[in-house]
Design a protein around this ligand. Structure first.
Ligand code: HEC
Length: 252
């Protein structure tokens, strides 16, 4: 989603450009980037009479949007809303209708553009319509309206459970992070360290050694007593399992 394109970033109800637009033309009125996804239409040149319709540029009938999409509503009207009026975009769901936003002046060259993130659309379904109306700001007095344009808003896909990690020998062993605490003395992966290599021993043997080291009274095992007591049994099993699986072709 292009956040900086959101017309409300610069204030949806900002009327300060009203006069400038009349005097200097559309390029003064807002972003000049041409809508690329909108069909080319003949823009009416004369202000339309009270019975005319607002010209809808996009999205066209039947377009489908998912929650992750950004919906850009574009329409054209040759004059500015009077003070106290605005253009409002409505989503109509059977009996209910929701105002998606409103603009008081053209913000996309000479046309009007309202950008709504798909996940902020308050209704989903295939029987929806959207419509833009020029109305009093309180919504009471509708001057003109566009056709009802069919639109499909897809519901958010149910969040799929994360796929189980595939059992693979290239996976990082869950004990490796714990075991890395041993590398400084026993070597990376328990190989070629300052002290005894511990890679490739059986997991049970290593675990039992570590459990014995927890209560050792040997002076030269005092360091290991501290380390062996630094882990829960479950962690020691993981560490032991990790070292038991290190390939030891380069051992010691
Ligand atoms: C600060 C250095 C240091 C760290 C860190 C360390 N050890 Fe030791 N480890 C030693 C010393 C010293 C010995 C005793 C060596 C000896 O008796 O020759 C030892 C002995 C062992 C032994 C007994 C080896 C045998 O075959 O008798 C095992 C098993 C062992 N360490 C596993 C570990 C594990 C697993 C870790 C990490 C959780 C670890 N060590 C962290 C220094 C360390």
């Amino acid at each position: 989603m292009i956040v900086s394109d959101h017309p409300c970033d610069s204030g949806c109800l900002n009327l300060s450009r009203r006069d400038a637009w009349y005097l200097f033309g559309p390029t003064e009125a807002g972003p000049t980037r041409a809508p690329t996804d909108t069909p080319t239409v003949e823009l009416p040149t004369e202000p339309a009479g009270g019975s005319s319709m607002v010209t809808v540029l996009s999205p066209g009938p039947g377009r489908e949007f998912a929650p992750q999409d950004t919906i850009t509503f574009d329409w054209y009207w040759p004059t500015l809303p009077e003070p106290g009026q605005h253009f409002a975009v409505y989503l109509i769901d059977g009996e209910s209708e929701y105002q998606l936003g409103a603009l008081t002046e053209p913000n996309n060259g000479i046309s009007y553009r309202l950008v709504v993130p798909g996940d902020e659309i308050p209704a989903t379904g295939e029987e929806l319509n959207w419509q833009v109306r020029l109305e009093s700001v309180d919504g009471g007095d509708v001057q003109v309206a566009s056709d009802l344009v069919p639109i499909v808003i897809l519901a958010a896909a149910p969040t799929a459970p994360p796929p189980p990690p595939p059992p693979s020998s290239t996976d990082i062993h869950p004990g490796r992070l714990l075991a890395s605490n041993c590398f400084q003395c026993h070597g990376t992966d328990g190989i070629n360290g300052t002290f005894e290599g511990i890679a490739g021993e059986s997991a049970t043997e290593l675990y039992n050694e570590l459990k014995e080291l927890q209560t050792t009274t040997e002076a030269d095992e005092a360091i290991m007593k501290v380390h062996a007591n630094g882990y829960t049994d479950e962690q020691l099993r993981l560490i032991a399992d990790y070292f038991s699986k290190v390939p030891t072709s380069v051992r010691k």
